[in-house]
Design a protein around this ligand. Structure first.
Ligand code: AQP
Length: 332
């Protein structure tokens, strides 16, 4: 059976971009692939995290995965730091990757510019720079065929492909070369307060995103104040990214095509459209929120699920590491 793999950083409460861009595609992938899904806590610490909050966010992400339909009978669900082979392989791959490749990564440039770490500690962490190598290790360790991700992670998956090919050329065929899989609708949900930026859970302003746990009134306020443009018609046009983004969100939460939405709102204005959109999001998120809250009441059970998933993943990772060590000449 081919393998699909994806992960989420526990940097804050997940937003609807994470849900539609990565989480639900993985739920779908369970039908077709052996699936690996994990909470990448070692990626999260590349920028400053408050330890207690980080722990909460790890449990939250786990509950969100389960509530969205991840089935632990089909998916290896775990926490990255529980399988130490990820960091071991990351070191080896850092000796294969090139500085120039990492310097080209746009996410590093964007996050370094945000300068959260820089301000607090006088510099951006080395981990933020080498983050894509740890991600390559996450992917290559399990001989992943397909990586369902949001558009923002495409460049990192392409780097993982380049590293895999270089390693295979140098040491003999060792890794499967992975393919990114990006949703046409939902692969890049834009920020509500700036349609030039993607929705991001560590954005400075909560007006940037709809979190999975936003309450109805918060959702209504955020949608009503979302940026639009100087036009007035509800038409999908990539040259009008703000309204196109809101229409994409409506299409995802209502399971209606963009064409059907355009037809419904002919002759109507932004006000009517936004009011309806807010109610549709509330309707969509309410049962998911109840499910997540239910799961979070049993934290021990969530930790047990992660540990069991890590036990399964570790067996695969250990066997793979043995081969990798032998290939590079450090095995015994
Ligand atoms: N706006 C988005 N639209 C669609 N997909 C998205 N993803 C992220 N933002 C969007 C996808 O969600 C998965 C998990 O993302 P991540 O936790 O690894 O971190 P990220 O890509 O850096 O996303 P965030 O939400 O912006 O987190 P922060 O603010 O902490 O950096 C990935 O598959 C991602 O592509």
């Amino acid at each position: 059976m081919k393998r699909a793999l994806s992960a989420i950083q526990p940097t804050n409460i997940l937003h609807i971009g994470n849900l539609f861009g990565a989480l639900l595609p993985m739920v779908e992938a369970q039908k077709e692939f052996e699936t690996f899904l994990f909470v990448v806590d070692y990626h999260a610490i590349t920028v400053t995290q408050e330890p207690e909050k980080l722990h909460e966010n790890i449990l939250f992400a786990t509950a969100a995965y389960l509530a969205a339909g991840v089935d632990t009978k089909r998916t290896h669900l775990f926490q990255q730091s529980m399988v130490s082979e990820h960091t071991e392989l990351a070191w080896i791959l850092s000796c294969v990757a090139h500085m120039g490749e990492l310097e080209r990564m746009t996410q590093f440039k964007e996050k370094a510019n945000k300068a959260d770490g820089a301000e607090k500690h006088g510099g951006v962490s080395v981990g933020l720079f080498t983050y894509p190598i740890l991600m390559a290790a996450d992917i290559l360790l399990y001989d992943t065929d397909v990586v369902p991700v949001g558009e923002d992670q495409k460049q990192h998956v392409e780097l993982a492909r380049d590293i895999a090919e270089r390693f295979n050329k140098r040491f003999g065929k060792t890794f499967t070369v992975p393919e990114p899989r990006i949703q046409k609708m939902g692969g890049r949900i834009m920020a509500l307060d700036d349609s030039n930026k993607k929705m991001s859970k560590s954005a400075e302003s909560p007006k940037n995103y709809i979190s999975l746990m936003d309450e109805p009134n918060v959702i209504r306020k955020k949608i009503m104040s979302a940026v639009t443009d100087s036009g007035s018609t509800i038409e999908f046009d990539v040259k009008r990214p703000a309204i196109a983004n809101l229409m994409t969100i409506m299409s995802l939460v209502s399971k209606q095509s963009v064409q059907a939405i355009e037809n419904d709102y002919q002759g109507k204005g932004y006000g009517d459209f936004k009011k309806d959109l807010a109610e549709l999001i509330v309707l969509y998120l309410t049962p998911l929120q109840a499910e997540i809250n239910g799961l979070l009441t049993n934290r021990d059970e969530l930790i047990k699920i992660l540990e069991l998933g890590a036990d399964e993943a570790r067996l695969i990772a250990q066997a793979k590491m043995q081969i990798i060590r032998e290939r590079i000449g450090v095995g015994h």
